[in-house]
Design a protein around this ligand. Sequence first.
Ligand code: FES
Ligand code: FES
Length: 159
Amino acid sequence: MDVAIRLTVNGKAVEATIDPRTLLVQIIRERLQLTGTHVGCDTAQCGACTVHVNGRAVKSCSMLAVQVQGAEITTIEGLSTDGELHPMQAAFRECHGLQCGFCTPGMVMSAVQLLKDKPNATEAEIRAGLEGNLCRCTGYQNIVKSVQFCQSGKQATAA
Ligand code: FES
Ligand code: FES
């Protein structure tokens, strides 16, 4: 039997009637067409589907939509403000923290969480903090640099 859910996604109220087996990522991508959230595996390993649920980074492929009833969800599309990239997005752009870009939305969402929890994270802590996100292009070096660049606050003045 279908169930009604109510969420807030990127600041907008969303109501839907869904099959209770629907995954959070399916609501995000298929119902709301927010396709910046990617699906790179079906084993909860790649992190491409990472979004924030009530301010915490989660893999949206491994949560049922009914588990986030009433929650505030932020996807990569909701990270910028008034057309301005989030500092982490700007840092990825500045440091070439992406190649094909498939992992990037999930990396950025996880990296934002990481610096929120540990603003002074060391390089080793950044690497450990992002271990749930895989980059199939193996661009880890510049991804770590991007997080460090954001951490330094330099992206505020970057072109
Ligand atoms: Fe969610 Fe890979 S698609 S972890
Ligand atoms: Fe291609 Fe990471 S940039 S998967």
